[in-house]
Design a binder for this molecule. Structure first.
Ligand SMILES: [Zn+2]
Length: 279
């Protein structure tokens, strides 16, 4: 089973009125202010999955600051998951800065089938991973065994729209404070996996997974074969569709010559275990 752990969906009305939403969210304007970055509906995601040979995709809306926009996106993703059961695996976006309202929305979405929270973007949504903002959500997620997917980025290298400053040191300390919660760190955790060579770091990060979203824009492909022996049980294939073509990324990964056992884990088995999809 092939699973893409990182895809973004937009309701058709937001795609149609893209311009109007630019003034409503600073981060949205940063990422979608130019016409080139694509936005996709559930139908486009399913067509892409069919073309690429992907069985299921974890999907989430945009990481808005405004909770009413988060709800709009969540409703769309949840409804898409009902239309494409087993193929669209819905996650819920909330803004932790909204406090009780965020927790209530998380609960509402999980009741309707959400399998986790994310992608949460502290830089874009204006909350901090260094204070207690996330505590109620993180404890709630641990209790319900739900993963939280966080955007992370590299402290070095080229700048890009949406990069932000959620770097390995910040997410490491965050993971250390909440050892009971399963975290999925997007974009290879901003390079955090390399520190898993340190035994104490490895212990702290026992519940941490990494997705590969946007890797083609960030890292040399060798990252897969370098990290598979170290954290092969914790890597989940994610594209960042529609930013990156699922077909292109999947065929690139398949051509890397990874041992078939590692490839199976990265492309699906780890995600199945993480999302407890077996039963
Ligand atoms: Zn991201």
């Amino acid at each position: 089973m092939i699973i893409d752990f990182h895809t973004h969906l937009f309701p058709p009305e937001i795609i149609k009125h893209r311009e109007e939403y630019l003034s409503r969210d600073h981060w949205f304007k940063l990422l979608y202010g130019r016409p080139k970055p694509r936005m996709a509906t559930a139908e486009q995601l399913i067509a892409s999955m069919d073309e690429a040979g992907i069985d299921a995709s974890v999907a989430f809306g945009f990481s808005w600051r405004d909770m009413s926009l988060c709800r709009l996106g969540n409703d769309y993703v949840l409804e898409a998951a009902r239309r494409y059961p087993g193929r669209i695996l819905p996650f819920a976006v909330i803004n932790p800065a909204a406090g009780d309202e965020a927790l209530a929305e998380a609960e509402r979405c999980v009741e309707q089938g959400a399998l986790g929270l994310g992608e949460l973007i502290s830089d874009g949504q204006g909350f901090s991973l260094r204070d207690d903002t996330m505590t109620p959500l993180v404890e709630w997620a641990a209790k319900h065994r739900l993963p939280i997917l966080l955007h992370t980025s590299e402290p070095v290298g080229h700048q890009y729209n949406g990069k932000g400053d959620t770097t390995p040191d910040i997410v490491y300390r965050f993971a250390e404070r909440y050892p009971e919660t399963t975290l999925v760190l997007a974009h290879w955790g901003g390079g955090l996996p390399f520190y898993e060579l340190m035994p104490e770091v490895r212990r702290v990060l026992a519940q941490v997974y990494y997705d590969t979203a946007a890797s083609l824009y960030l890292y040399h492909d060798t990252i897969f074969s370098m990290l598979a022996p170290l954290i092969g049980d914790k890597i989940v294939f994610g594209t960042d569709f529609p930013l990156i073509s699922q077909k292109r990324f999947l065929s690139r990964v398949r051509r890397l010559g990874l041992p078939s056992e590692d490839l199976a884990k990265i492309l699906g088995d780890n995600a199945i275990r993480l999302l407890r999809l077996e039963t």
